[in-house]
Write a protein that binds this ligand. Sequence first.
Ligand SMILES: C[S@@+](CC[C@H](N)C(=O)[O-])C[C@H]1O[C@@H](n2cnc3c(N)ncnc32)[C@H](O)[C@@H]1O
Length: 251
Amino acid sequence: MTTDALFKHIELLQGARPWGRVLDAGTGSASLRWITGLNTMSWTAVTADPQRARKLRNEFSDSQRDSDRILAGNWSDPLLLGGETFDVVLADYLIGSMDRFSPYFQYRFLRRLRPHVATRLYLVGLEPYREAGDDAGGRLVLEIANLRDACILHAGHRCHREYPSDWVIGELESSGFSVEEEKRFPIIYGTKFINEQLDVCRRKLEFIENQELVGGLRSRIDKLREEALAFYDVHRGIRFGYYYVISARPV
Ligand SMILES: C[S@@+](CC[C@H](N)C(=O)[O-])C[C@H]1O[C@@H](n2cnc3c(N)ncnc32)[C@H](O)[C@@H]1O
């Protein structure tokens, strides 16, 4: 299961309906690459991170038309995209990352987004992990995620906070949307996940002052990478958790 499978599913849900004006409400390379390949009238991509906006402008300079925009802005700003509506809106791993950029705004976000959605909202999220019990692969995934968050917190930065699909569905229903479909996609983690998450840990070490703590974290990162890659070699993937795609329309 890759991100591509989630986007393919959204294409299936959209069917023959035109994409029209599309809003990527929490943009990144993956979602924007997908959107630039669709038959849209125009697209607008929003990120709360000005550095990411600059990188994306460089990355997509060839595929960006005059009518397409990459904006650095925060949904907590009541003026962001004021008065504009979009035929299709994508919120791809957006709510899960909001704690970094607009803590506690998750609870008001869908109501804030509602006036911008003309026909469809597609929302992608990661279901918060359950306990792994005696599932050895699941325990490794949790250890990696916990170590990543520990390093982020010790660096003085903010972590992602994922929200369950049940919570999202409840919020959609009380924010002026009707939920059309929810589909779950079991995750099989590979070496990309292991290395990327542990690389985040590594990068955060430079922000931690206490060198005794840095030493301990560094050796745990290296050991866990070894353990997780060895597990991957035997099992060719670590099955744990799921992504969800929710399709909703405004009412
Ligand atoms: C995890 S990334 C999204 C992944 C992306 N769709 C991709 O293809 O990789 C989350 C995005 O949502 C944006 N975001 C998070 N909170 C936001 C907020 N309050 N306002 C605007 N953008 C926000 C982040 O800046 C980032 O661009």
